[in-house]
Design a protein around this ligand. Structure first.
Ligand SMILES: [Mg+2]
Length: 458
């Protein structure tokens, strides 16, 4: 169980945390002799969904805050983390109008005194783990969604630690005291609303959304705070006169489907009424490994799209190899410039984990998804599923020596060997120390891959 990871933090029995409203509910009987005695208590008449028991905890300007923590000279100063692009900005820099992701030159024009740092990756991972450990002291129902944010279901913890608001305050106090970082927490009835609330609580705050008045509260907010509304969707909604979430809620689902596409329309309509049945998913066993790349204005040329695919294959396969995994099903997803999407998948005869194999198998899928018209793509993503442990390590009999997909073929084995050496060199000298020439040359001052990987790691 995730609890006893290091043996230095003995957490209470998981049964203490059973969410209320389940088939059975446990509570500690104060008078019960000895440890591990539970009694079933009266069931709460309200169902789980009526109570604000979901927390969204989100570290404030995480990478920038870590840099300020590590280097006291940076505290109180505008700090930009990144390379060609600002990946994170301290609140001092945000106050000057810097907002990630922004070109670093533009950010420096807005904020000339800013200190630019390239990033302390090992420290980010270590501090993130320590923060999540603090959160897990309050509930085992934790779903980490990125390096610096997590959902927590505290339905079963309130009888141990007090109401959700108290738990939120306690998490903030301990993260500040024990790790040294500011964290904001939103508390609400659904994941969606908790996420909106933590955003509104920033910087360094807590916000509890009362279920009685949540609709009024949500409807007064601008559409941009909705999870999934980026600048493009925001502009589309504004052009229809929809500025607040209340106005979005008043629009019919059919209109939203017409303007934004059926899936997105239905999704936003439900969220605008806080209809979000998603529960906090713990111990998510990664069933797939994926990465995606947004292409700005878009590309239609298959050669440059192939380069994007190669970089994605490189990122995904190195993560798979680091976890000693290989996968059989490859999915390529694309988004067109009219926001519509397409995907193609193939299940391979054997599990693969080499960059070349994913690239080789992905190219025809990409071409097929793009269609004969050679449409303009604004996003390419790949995912590998049907994962197996240790797959490519056991070489199969070499049936077909020319097949780059099979790890057991001569060429497949050679590719895997190259990948292993690349992985080893990167371990020692950093992500950009070595790579396929076409991948390295195709790079143009975008978001550094280390940040993409941290974001994908969760
Ligand atoms: Mg954050």
């Amino acid at each position: 169980m995730a609890w006893q990871r290091d043996g230095n933090c003995r957490a209470p029995d998981r049964r203490l945390f059973e969410p209320r409203g389940g088939r059975q509910m446990y509570n500690i009987a104060a008078q019960s002799p000895g440890p591990n005695k539970y009694v079933t208590t009266r069931r709460d008449t309200r169902s789980v969904g009526d109570i604000a028991n979901i927390l969204h905890a989100d570290l404030d300007a995480f990478y920038a805050s870590v840099e300020q923590l590590l280097n006291p000279a940076l505290r109180g100063k505008p700090v930009l983390v990144g390379g060609g692009v600002v990946v994170a900005a301290s609140y001092e820099a945000k106050a000057m109008g810097v907002s990630p992701p922004m070109n670093i030159r533009r950010a420096l024009a807005l904020c000339p005194r800013a200190v630019v740092v390239s990033g302390s990756f090992d420290q980010y991972l270590d501090l993130s783990r320590r923060v999540m450990d603090v959160c897990r002291d309050f509930t085992p129902y934790l779903e980490q969604i990125s390096i610096d944010e997590a959902f927590l279901d505290v339905s079963g913890s309130v009888h141990l630690f007090g109401p959700a608001a108290t738990i939120a305050g306690e998490i903030r106090r301990r993260v500040k005291q024990e790790v040294g970082l500011p964290i904001s927490v939103g508390v609400a009835r659904t994941k969606f609303l908790a996420k909106v609330a933590s955003g509104q609580a920033k910087p360094d705050g807590v916000l509890v959304v009362d279920p009685e008045t949540e609709t009024e509260w949500l409807h007064a907010l601008p559409v941009r705070v909705m999870w999934g509304v980026g600048p493009v969707t925001e502009a589309r909604l504004h052009s229809r006169g929809i500025v607040t979430i209340g106005q979005l809620a008043e629009a019919s689902e059919a209109s939203l489907a017409h303007w934004l596409g059926p899936g997105i329309g239905r999704h936003f309509h439900a969220l605008s009424w806080n209809r979000d049945p998603r529960s906090v998913v713990t111990e998510r066993r990664a069933g797939s490994v994926g990465a995606q790349s947004a292409l700005g204005r878009g590309h239609s040329d298959l050669e440059s799209l192939g380069q994007v695919l190669l970089r994605l294959a490189d990122r995904v396969s190195s993560r798979m190899r680091a976890k000693n995994r290989a996968g059989r099903t490859l999915t390529v997803r694309v988004r067109f410039d009219d926001m519509s999407r397409a995907s193609r998948a193939v299940t391979l005869p054997a599990a693969v984990a080499s960059t070349a194999a994913l690239h080789h198998a992905g190219l025809p899928l990409l071409a097929d998804a793009q269609g004969d018209a050679g449409r303009n793509l604004t996003l390419v993503g790949i995912a590998v599923s049907k994962l197996e442990v240790g797959g490519p390590l056991q070489l199969e009999l070499p049936f077909d020596d020319g097949d780059p997909i099979r790890a057991g073929s001569k060429i497949g084995a050679a590719h895997l060997l190259v990948d292993r050496k690349v992985d080893l060199a990167r371990d020692r000298f950093g992500r950009d120390a070595v790579g396929r020439a076409s991948v390295l040359l195709g790079k143009k001052g975008g978001m550094p891959d280390e940040f993409r990987e941290l974001a994908e790691k969760s």
